[in-house]
Design a protein around this ligand. Structure first.
Ligand SMILES: Cc1cc2nc3c(=O)[nH]c(=O)nc-3n(C[C@H](O)[C@H](O)[C@H](O)COP(=O)(O)OP(=O)(O)OC[C@H]3O[C@@H](n4cnc5c(N)ncnc54)[C@H](O)[C@@H]3O)c2cc1C
Length: 518
């Protein structure tokens, strides 16, 4: 009903129509005609081909703000029209229509994607919000998920039914956004990444063909969808393994340390992770350098959170080296798994999930922490607190350490995900005021400095940028792997499945590299 009403209201709005003749065809490789799309025209031409629950609206609609809001406003895609398909089959029709009219299209779920390449998008948003069903299969070993399911939703639903699966760690993030690029999260120690658990997907290809992708149907594409999938299609639904949910509670322990403990903390972390041998149930620790003025106005603190899949007694035995480091404060507790996100400040209400901010980011993939590099990064932060308090107030230097047994157990050649040797994911994130070029340039300088310090701390390793954390200014090798065979395979598959590069807005494998920020 809601869909019908909105359809009707959209039909009532008339805009200047684009003369169809001025629009280059799909087969013209680089459509360049400036376009002003008309909601009324799209409604009229496409509406009758779509299910009744489909919603089509433009910027004048009250829902447009929510549908197009982004986690990062740095490189916002331009959405002239939002289409929320009501049924999976609608996606193929939308893609075909867009191709006929030479209109760009982009699938969007929870709006956290942020590579700079998104900033060049101008066209129709295909919003996955109506694809949020989860259906556990009768054998209890897998479930089908709609292409718009998101982490918190999946974790809460499955837990209540006695199951878990691999998701990202932040409740607010979609499952396919991370999953198509790997998908790190709290169950990767026990079970691998999101992509490692995908059994099959329903995918709409660039030409609007809907295909089933699994080990026997388009198996070459299955390889690509697990690590480079944003470049290949729109996932309308997917089947993933699910697992019995395990212990009823997880233990968390959060610490705040002062900077003078930095060497002790990173030494303990390196011992604890053992270069890839983290105890499997010590699933996750996130650590931030950030400004907490209740502790110090002159230097950042080290805020760290650990999540253990099991009892406090088991966890605290493993955490003894951290308990031995004098903390400013700490807190711990035991909660059912779906509440761990709130305990670790990654639930929907947490600061990290908030939208509509301009964020400057840079990432690195590490095996071990280099104490000299971490000290330099800390001192660089301290320097900015004195010289540039606006910048420092918005900065978070994030260190992620998952247990990696499940991820390491996979053959690295079996999927496009290239970085199984990385044990730690790093992300520097600086929130800046909008429209201030000077501050922006300073932020880029700082973010790149931190990234370089991380990479210089492991001089014998290649520079890696997890595709879902990449800011888009990295090279293709840094995002998709340094092995020549891997890139050739990806490019060959791209030529086969998306010869006109319709899926090029999320860290493209082929096409122009985005120019650097400064
Ligand atoms: C706050 C925050 C927390 C994060 N936590 C994690 C984490 O724990 N683990 C991790 O691995 N990564 C994490 N990331 C990175 C995350 O994987 C990417 O930002 C991801 O792209 C977000 O997906 P989304 O649906 O939220 O965003 P969107 O912007 O909606 O989607 C991002 C891109 O994914 C593609 N896409 C989304 N859905 C589909 C679909 N159904 N079919 C085809 N393509 C699709 C599109 O190309 C789209 O541009 C996090 C990012 C943020 C900002």
């Amino acid at each position: 009903m809601k869909g019908l009403l909105s359809l009707a209201s959209c039909l009532g709005i008339f805009h200047t129509l684009v003369a169809a003749a001025t629009i280059p065809s799909y087969f013209e490789r680089s459509p360049s005609t400036p376009r002003k799309l008309s909601v009324a025209q799209v409604q009229r031409e496409l509406g009758s081909r779509l299910s009744k629950s489909t919603i089509i609206f433009g910027p004048e609609d009250a829902r447009y703000g929510d549908a197009t809001s982004r986690w990062n406003d740095f490189a916002k895609p331009k959405f002239q029209i939002v289409i929320e398909p009501g049924q999976e089959s609608d996606v193929a029709s939308i893609v075909k229509y867009c191709n006929e009219k030479s209109i760009e299209f982009l699938a969007i779920n929870k709006g956290h994607g942020y590579p700079s390449s998104l900033g060049s998008f101008n066209g129709v948003q295909i919003n996955m919000a109506q694809f949020r069903t989860i259906t556990i299969q009768p054998n209890g070993k897998s479930a089908w998920f709609g292409g718009g399911v998101f982490d918190g939703q999946a974790n809460r639903y499955l837990w209540d039914q006695g199951y878990v699966t691999t998701t990202g760690s932040c409740d607010c993030v979609g499952m396919m956004g991370p999953g198509l690029g790997g998908g790190h999260g709290r169950h990767e120690g026990p079970h691998g990444m999101i992509s490692d658990n995908i059994l099959q997907l329903n995918v709409v290809l660039a030409d609007g063909t809907a295909v089933r992708v699994n080990n026997t149907s388009h198996s070459d594409l299955l390889w690509a969808m697990k690590g480079a999938g944003h470049n290949f299609g729109i996932v309308t639904s997917f089947e993933m393994k699910v697992y019995p949910r395990g212990p009823d509670t997880w233990h968390y322990h959060n610490y705040v340390w002062r900077g003078d403990q930095l060497e002790a903390v990173f030494t303990a972390l390196n011992n604890f992770h053992g270069n890839g041998s983290t105890p499997v149930n010590m699933t996750t620790n996130f650590g931030n350098m950030l400004l907490d003025t209740t502790v110090s106005e002159k230097e950042p603190v080290l805020w760290w959170t650990f999540a253990y899949r099991g009892s406090a007694a088991e966890a605290e035995k493993l955490l003894a080296p951290f308990n031995a480091i004098e903390a400013v404060r700490d807190e711990q507790g035991d909660v059912p798994f779906p509440q761990v996100a709130a305990a670790q400040q990654t639930d929907e209400n947490s600061a990290i999930c908030q939208h509509n901010k301009v964020r400057i980011t840079a990432t690195a993939g590490l095996q071990m922490y280099n104490l000299t590099a971490e000290r330099l990064i800390f001192e660089g932060f301290k320097k900015r607190i004195a010289s540039d308090p606006t910048l420092a107030a918005g900065a978070v230097v994030l260190h992620e350490g998952y247990s990696t047994a499940g991820t390491d157990a996979q053959n690295p050649n079996d999927s496009a995900y290239p970085f199984r040797d990385d044990h730690h994911l790093m992300l520097v994130q600086i929130i800046i005021p909008p429209n201030n070029k000077t501050i922006e340039q300073e932020a880029w300088k700082w973010a790149n400095e931190v990234r370089d310090q991380w990479n210089q701390g492991q001089p014998t390793r290649p520079v890696n940028a997890y595709v879902n954390y990449a800011n888009g200014f990295e090279s293709v090798e840094e995002k998709y792997g340094h092995e020549a065979w891997r890139l050739k395979k990806l490019r060959d598959l791209k030529a086969k499945y998306d010869p006109f590069n319709r899926f090029r807005f999320y860290n493209p494998i082929v096409g122009k590299k985005t120019a650097g920020p400064v």
